[in-house]
Design a protein around this ligand. Structure first.
Ligand SMILES: C[S@@+](CC[C@H](N)C(=O)[O-])C[C@H]1O[C@@H](n2cnc3c(N)ncnc32)[C@H](O)[C@@H]1O
Length: 262
């Protein structure tokens, strides 16, 4: 594990994420993405050469055409993507897809659009979709910021899930954290009035930042006072359960888009 993103929590996706920092990119001077339209942002991830298993590789080759939506700078029509008219939940950074699979199985009435950059994670998620016979999950392998900018229509999402985003614990790396005011403003603009955004983290200092940023977005309102209890639909991962046994905290935040904003 690399000291640049030295999560001490034993979350497999966090660990995989950290393994790949490995000095090929300078995390303190992060790469900036520039889109064809000229906008730019600091990337919240690093390119990874983490291990990919033969079955994840096979899943990528065989299942991408079935369950993945290629990145393109054109707005999606969710009805066309999922073949039905249903509430669509965007998940950013699903990692190995364990939580996504459980939620999608428990909520067959909702569509889930998962965005992840990590090859092995996308392969693992595609395997889960295939093995569970899920028909309500689609995957985009791309930077979620660009997906939000170019593919998600305004006021189209019924919900947003961002679970355990990379904590970037060192102060000099905080600029790489996903949850920042411009991203949250962009996310809120893609949510329908009344839609929810649900974040979870096991880093107290990131939880505080999340609460400050979400509370500062004028089109959102908290569904509770401060942090929310974990809702039943978000399963406890084995890493989280172990962390909780060791006395580590987990913070959930659930905000809604105000109904009366343009
Ligand atoms: C620490 S992992 C958490 C994974 C999973 N949500 C969980 O709870 O185990 C964060 C994930 O977010 C992904 N990620 C970070 N920034 C992203 C971005 N801008 N677009 C898409 N995925 C991103 C990383 O590749 C990584 O897999």
């Amino acid at each position: 594990m690399n000291a640049d993103n030295d999560s001490t929590r034993d979350n497999s996706a966090q660990q995989a994420s950290a393994e790949t920092v490995s000095g090929r990119q300078d995390a303190a001077n992060p790469p900036v993405s520039t889109t064809p339209s000229g906008t730019s942002h600091i990337r919240s991830f690093v390119h990874r050469r983490a291990h990919i298993t033969p079955s994840q590789r096979e899943a990528l080759d065989r299942l991408m055409p079935l369950w993945a939506v290629p990145y393109q700078a054109r707005q999606l029509d969710f009805q066309e993507v999922f073949g039905r008219d249903a509430p669509t939940i965007l998940e950013i950074g699903f990692g190995m897809g364990e939580t996504t699979q459980k939620i999608a199985l428990a909520r067959p009435e909702d569509n889930f659009l998962g965005v992840e950059v990590f090859n092995a994670g996308v392969g693992a998620m595609l395997k889960r979709i295939d093995e569970s016979g899920l028909t309500n999950v689609k995957v985009i392998q791309h930077d979620a910021v660009e997906v939000l900018q170019h593919m998600i229509p305004p006021a189209s999402l019924a919900g947003v899930h961002i679970y355990f985003p990379d904590p970037w614990p060192k102060k000099r790396h905080h600029k790489r954290r996903l949850i920042q005011p411009p991203l949250v403003k962009l996310l809120a603009s893609r949510m329908k009035p009344g839609a929810y955004i649900h974040l979870a983290t096991d880093w107290e200092n990131y939880a505080e930042q999340m609460l400050e940023v979400l509370s500062g977005e004028e089109t959102l309102e908290n569904t509770t006072d401060g942090y929310a209890p974990r809702p039943d639909y978000r399963p406890l991962t084995k890493f989280e359960a172990r962390g909780l046994r060791l006395g580590h905290g987990v913070w959930d935040l659930i905000f809604k888009r105000k109904a009366d904003v343009p």
